[in-house]
Design a protein around this ligand. Structure first.
Ligand SMILES: [Zn+2]
Ligand SMILES: [Zn+2]
Length: 402
């Protein structure tokens, strides 16, 4: 505290003239000096050493005496929500900030603390005592924004994130909810009023069970890449993070939810465990190779030895893929270069063959087989010199290192 008092003694207080300051506002002028004291305590020590007018505070107009009341409003507002950590933020009246900054320059103080920082901390401490939960500055469950001018508190309830790996056991459902192309989700004849292209999705099967327990207002599924609607996702499954927006409850019965999802017969998850927004970013930087099972029909039929030979020749070759014609309506026409890392022919039966391939992340596998009218080159169809139709496609493994 000597540091604070010494700095106060060097200040020319005559510049304050008739203006009075409360203890907190006085102490806050030196708020970044000395640790372990409230600004109010700093102010009392300063007032004992120098002459500063006491009285209705010119700077805060009484705001520093309202922290208890504001904290009570925050605590009440938080009551219906389940959370472990919180943070208090605030909107400070522009006039208070203006008076504060002009005072700093008039007095030439070097280490002041802004009103906003004091209010956030002081109200935060009081809320902590009232609700018996910890503040968290990095990643709070709920942020309470205090507007002292109107004794109003707004809550930002941060999303709940859960991660796991999913398996899609059936064809014909997309990874995420797909709004109807004609009505954009409003509901029309084409979608029978559902607003969706497909009756359900991996996202909806998983989220429905979590939503029921967490009582969130919305959800999103972030996957490490995605499979086509008509492809199954097998093997160990695909890593995902489920985001539940504005959950009322965060402590949900994860094992029970997993069990119910797995009873759907369409989607299975290996587990659900707590995750963060940062994990979503990591997922999106997907560089994992994938192994696929493909059933292909040749026309005309090709003998097995030739399929094996030509498929083997494709491995490790640079393959140029222009954006597939099937996705051109939503993606720019560019060319990407990928490689087949491994390929094997399991069986050839007349015109049908089952093959397994492992390809770089981001390879268009169907196009690698049928060639997309030369937009992918080389392709299996081009090598064999026959038409190749992909009848079935499944993802067997995602080599993400986990
Ligand atoms: Zn004040
Ligand atoms: Zn529609």
């Amino acid at each position: 505290m000597e540091e604070v008092v010494a700095a106060a003694r060097q200040t020319d207080w005559s510049r304050l003239a008739e203006r009075a300051l409360c203890d907190a506002c006085l102490g806050r002028l030196f708020g970044k000096l000395g640790h372990g004291h409230t600004n109010e305590a700093r102010g009392r020590a300063i007032r004992a050493a120098v002459e500063v007018r006491d009285g209705p505070c010119w700077l805060c107009r009484g705001l520093t005496s309202e922290y208890d009341g504001l904290a009570a409003i925050v605590a009440r507002k938080l009551e219906p929500w389940e959370y472990d950590t919180f943070l208090v933020g605030s909107k400070i009246d522009a006039e208070i900030s203006a008076r504060e900054e002009s005072l700093w320059s008039e007095l030439g103080v070097a280490h002041p603390e802004p009103m906003k920082a004091e209010l956030n901390r002081e109200v935060g401490k009081r809320v902590c005592d009232l609700v018996k939960r910890e503040p968290n500055f990095e990643n709070p469950d709920i942020v309470a924004i205090v507007d002292p001018a109107f004794d109003h508190v707004d809550l930002q309830v941060n999303s709940l994130f859960l991660q796991g790996r999913y398996r899609k056991l059936v064809r014909g459902i997309p990874q995420t909810r797909w709004p109807c192309r004609r009505c954009q989700g409003k509901g029309c004849d084409r979608c029978h009023g559902t607003g969706k292209m497909y009756e359900t999705s991996v996202e909806e099967v998983i989220a429905a069970e979590v939503m029921r327990e967490s009582e969130g207002t919305g959800h999103a599924l972030h996957g490490m890449g995605r499979e086509d609607v008509d492809a199954r996702m097998l093997g160990r499954g695909r890593p995902f993070v489920l985001e539940i927006r504005e959950p009322r409850k965060r402590h949900v019965d994860l094992a029970g939810i997993v069990e119910r999802i797995n009873r759907s017969g369409r989607v299975e998850v290996d587990r659900l465990e707590p995750s963060t927004r940062r994990d979503v970013v990591d997922l999106k930087e997907d560089r994992a190779a994938k192994t696929y099972r493909i059933v292909v029909r040749f026309s005309p039929p090709v003998d097995e030895a030739k399929v094996k030979k030509e498929l083997a020749l494709l491995v490790a070759q640079p393959i140029a893929q222009r954006t597939p014609s099937r996705v051109l309506h939503r993606r720019a026409d560019t060319t990407r270069h990928r490689r087949l890392q491994d390929a094997s022919v399991l069986r050839v039966d007349g015109a049908l063959a089952e093959i397994h391939v492992t390809a770089d992340a981001g390879t268009y596998v169907k196009e690698l087989v049928h060639g997309d009218q030369g937009r992918t080159a080389p392709s299996l169809a081009e090598r064999l010199g026959v038409g190749c139709e992909v009848l079935e496609l499944d993802v067997l493994e995602i080599h993400d290192g986990a």
